[in-house]
Design a protein around this ligand. Structure first.
Ligand code: ATP
Ligand code: MG
Length: 354
């Protein structure tokens, strides 16, 4: 938007340059977008002065549109090769964010009314920036929510493991000792104790399974590859697994990828009637690609409030993408990309997942 606006104001107002700049803490501004009437390309990102005697400085000081004629001796004018500058503030959510400006190199000053027109373009840019910032803030807050939910799950898993599970194990051991001590001839009591022990063993197994679903300890201990191998082993449908990552990844990415595969494999087992499933993870170009493909009945959909929707929320919260391809009768392909740098947004890349 900034680039389009810089070009549009430059052309519309028939000046030599148009730009959008963002104020920095010191007396400079960074060019976010710049347009020139000549073939000359103006680099984006460069720092230019925004102090006293410049249009940017005036706009910053007054918070209003301003115009400056740079005389022969003005170092700024000379350095930038310009004669006139006009600018208007870009105010985002009540505070001055930057400037939208034009500049002329010739002897003719920009026409009267340039200030007002710039000010209205400034409003447009401000709206676009506010939207972008709101989106970035939303993404960051979704990521924080996912991270804190994961942390809570990890805590619950640890409490279960170190607390209830350990106590149950020691109760089973005491019971076993008591069972050994039952005098001969009390067959009924021994049988009853055997039954209770078997029941407790069952509860322990259930609890282990339950806490694995909350947060798999193997993921924190062994990393994604190891945890995926464990998932693949437990799948009732045979899994061909390809792990194209080495070492550890950011926690949020490991957890995200794990839950994608775990939910997808649960779906394959529960819905797909597939004979085989392929699972892969691969780190390429700053993203982790995760895919799960089965040869089952297809027809998977993001239905409100269920497993796949939960995955989509999680993936998007991490700035990633999720794609589901599941025509009836043609199997199901779930493909996910997660940025490896937390906070980044996955970019569309041209090469397909292998
Ligand atoms: N691999 C698959 N093959 C065929 N159908 C699928 C597959 N995965 C999902 N589906 C279909 O898509 C629907 C939505 O899946 P989703 O995982 O969101 O919910 P669910 O598995 O039914 O419930 P939950 O995951 O909450 O236990 C499923 O009910 C199923 O009909
Ligand atoms: Mg499901």
């Amino acid at each position: 938007v900034c680039a389009a606006v810089a070009q549009e104001v430059g052309r519309l107002l028939a000046v030599d340059r148009g730009y959008v700049g963002r104020y920095d803490a010191d007396e400079t501004m960074a060019h976010v977008a710049a347009w020139s009437a000549t073939a000359e390309t103006l680099p984006v990102g460069i720092q230019t002065p925004a102090g006293a005697g410049t249009v940017a400085g005036l706009v910053r000081e007054t918070g209003r549109a301003a115009r400056v004629e740079y005389d022969e001796d003005s170092p700024v004018g000379r350095r930038m090769g310009i004669r006139f500058g006009v600018g208007a503030p870009i105010t985002v959510e009540g505070s001055l964010w930057g400037i939208i400006g034009v500049a002329s190199t010739g002897v003719e000053p920009p026409p009267v009314g340039t200030e007002e027109r710039l000010a209205s373009f400034g409003g447009l840019v401000a709206t676009a920036i506010a939207n972008a910032e709101a989106q970035a803030e939303l993404r960051a807050s979704r990521a924080r929510i996912v991270a804190s939910a994961d942390e809570a799950r990890r805590r619950i898993e640890r409490d279960l493991h170190d607390g209830s599970q350990q106590r149950l194990v020691s109760l089973v051991l005491r019971l076993r000792a008591a069972r050994e001590a039952v005098p001969a001839g009390l067959g009924g009591l021994a049988g009853e104790l055997d039954g209770v022990m078997a029941g407790l063993d069952g509860v322990l197994d259930e609890l282990r399974e339950f806490s694995r679903g909350i947060h798999p300890p193997i993921l924190a201990a062994g990393g994604l590859g190891v945890a995926l191998r464990a998932l693949a082993r437990r799948s009732p449908v045979p899994v061909a697994l390809r792990v194209g990552v080495e070492g550890r990844l950011p926690v949020a990415v490991e957890v995200g990828a794990y839950f994608v595969v775990s939910e997808a494999l649960a779906n394959v087992a529960g819905h797909a009637r597939a004979s085989a499933v392929e699972v892969g993870v691969q780190a390429v170009g700053g993203v982790l690609r995760v895919w799960v493909r089965d040869d089952g009945v297809g027809g998977a959909r993001f239905v409100r409030g269920s497993g796949l929707v939960g995955l989509r929320d999680r993936v998007e919260a991490l700035g990633g993408r999720i794609a589901l391809d599941s025509a009836p009768g043609a199997g199901t392909r779930l493909e996910v990309e997660l940025p490896l740098t937390p906070g980044a947004v996955a970019h569309r890349s041209s090469s397909p997942a292998p």
